[in-house]
Design a protein around this ligand. Sequence first.
Ligand code: GSH
Length: 205
Amino acid sequence: MSVVLYHHPRTRAANIIWLLEEVGCEYTLEYVELQQGAQKTDAFKALNTMGKVPTVVDGEVVLAEVAAIGMYLADKYAPGRLAPALDAPQRAPYLRWICYGPSVIEPGCMAKAGNWDFKPQSAGWGTYEEMVDTIDLAIGEGPFVLGDTFSMADMLFGGTVGWMMMFGMLPKKPAWEAYIERLNARPARQKARAINEKIAAEHGL
Ligand SMILES: N[C@@H](CCC(=O)N[C@@H](CS)C(=O)NCC(=O)O)C(=O)O
């Protein structure tokens, strides 16, 4: 049985193809016509009440949220390879950097770009400057956030950092660019990019 990814190539769902390719499980893609509102139909919202992609179905499992999907795929299909064991010391930074993308980087960048009025002591994403310092800590000397070991954390954390740098919402620091280039060089990422571009072309995007 293959994993089904509800997908659109110009969204966060694009990155999930990279995750699936690295994990190496069988998968199929279901294109969601976002422009026509297919994500807000009752049928789709029965899978994901948010009416958003990515959404994944794996047998009886239905899952949304990029970080949750990544952790699930790594634990189920690549334990010990893309996800450190539950009792491994590396499991702690692995979880930290996976959570850091959606809980700090995404809202922190949106807050900065949108000039939001908020109290950094109360907002979970804190100040932009502290976020940048923390990304420096995560990337460090590299080559990956767990040092020499590439993991699902790089796909999720690195995916978010790369996306935000591309949109000018994070600075293009040389060490960060070098990290993203290491991720871009992975064959699975290049394959995923080609798949996304093919689907985009097929749909005139
Ligand atoms: N928190 C969600 C965000 C998902 C999300 O915002 N997806 C966007 C595309 S990048 C979407 O489906 N937008 C369509 C809509 O909201 O109508 C995640 O991490 O998966």
